[in-house]
Design a protein around this ligand. Structure first.
Ligand SMILES: NC(=O)C1=CN([C@@H]2O[C@H](COP(=O)(O)OP(=O)(O)OC[C@H]3O[C@@H](n4cnc5c(N)ncnc54)[C@H](O)[C@@H]3O)[C@@H](O)[C@H]2O)C=CC1
Ligand SMILES: O=C(O)[C@@H]1CCC=N1
Length: 273
């Protein structure tokens, strides 16, 4: 594991901050002593402290601003303007500001922070919690190569990471940011099919989840396209073709594509509001 000595402070200790913080500790990249977080919600503070044992959690953002080398804005896009108005003039040039909020552009962030603030916009996903995240980031014009490397290191410790142009981040949000929810729907539906046809619920869920994981791993490791891999499963006149026909009739695959399109459009809207 590479050495990472900076401190990371989360403004907002909700679900995504928890996934990132716990993932970074579990991966061995950071100790709890390098992490702090703040949240006005008692429930969120308790949940964060439960997941990241021994971490310091505050009810105001001041300790984060005073102590963190990297400030992660892990709040909802809707509260971002208020938080930026509160903290804007307290951010120093020694600090890197990272936003994980859907839709909020680097331009919007820069406008609310001191001139030349070092900024990076990140879109992670909750599987960071188990070291299987898919994250993308774009750097602001004042962010340094070291800043980008730091963020790459953090995100790599909890999954895979790609640097992209900022205009791709809404689509990333629609695909990998929201995507786990779409995949959970698919897993749920596969398992329901299994129980409908006689399997016990627990076994059906295990089989559906392992099948999704195995199929994803096949795409990632064989280098074959999903279409080619699908062909390997599909015997002429066999069972898979019967299933694929049912899927096509209900436009199941198109529904997933539409889910990504709708989520991307919502991310674009959040950026405009
Ligand atoms: N949940 C997910 O799968 C992902 C979420 N995101 C982004 O992460 C951000 C956070 O999302 P979640 O963790 O899901 O939401 P969440 O609702 O679980 O967490 C947000 C937290 O911010 C706190 N908060 C509200 N006002 C605050 C303030 N003034 N100062 C400090 N904390 C404050 C809330 O009490 C809450 O605990 C959002 O912008 C979202 O777009 C990005 C990728 C994936
Ligand atoms: O639903 C949302 O808005 C956030 C952003 C990506 C995943 N969750």
């Amino acid at each position: 594991m590479p050495e990472f000595t900076k401190s990371v402070g989360f403004i907002g200790a909700g679900r995504m901050a928890t996934a990132l913080a716990r993932g970074c500790v579990e991966s061995g990249l950071m100790t709890v002593g390098q992490l702090i977080s703040a949240d006005p919600s008692l429930d969120a503070r308790h949940a964060f402290a439960d997941q990241v044992a021994g971490v310091a959690v505050f009810d105001t953002n001041e300790p984060i601003l005073a102590r963190a080398d990297i400030i992660v804005l892990a709040i909802k896009p809707q509260v971002m303007p208020d938080v930026l108005a509160d903290i804007g003039n307290q951010v120093t040039e020694q600090q890197l500001v990272v936003s994980i909020a859907a839709g909020v552009t680097l331009k919007k962030l820069a406008k609310a922070l001191p001139t030349d603030s070092r900024l990076i916009r990140v879109m992670p996903n909750t599987p960071c919690l188990v070291g299987e995240g898919a994250s993308c980031f774009s750097r602001g014009s004042s962010a340094t190569d070291e800043d980008a490397e730091d963020i790459r290191l953090v995100l790599e410790s909890v999954g895979r990471v790609f640097e992209v142009a900022e205009n791709q981040l809404d689509a990333v949000t629609g695909l990998s940011g929201s995507g786990p929810a779409f995949v959970y729907k698919m897993i749920e539906a596969l398992a329901q099919g299994g129980t409908q046809m006689g399997l016990p619920e627990e076994l059906a869920l295990e089989l559906a989840s392992q099948t999704a994981k195995g199929a994803a791993q096949m795409v990632l490791t064989t280098g074959l396209s999903p279409a080619a891999l699908r062909e390997q499963v599909t015997s002429p006149g066999g069972t898979t073709v019967a299933g694929l026909e049912a899927l096509a009739k209900l436009e199941g695959a198109e529904a997933f594509r539409e889910a990504v399109v709708a989520a991307t459009k919502r991310s674009q809207e959040l950026g405009e509001s």
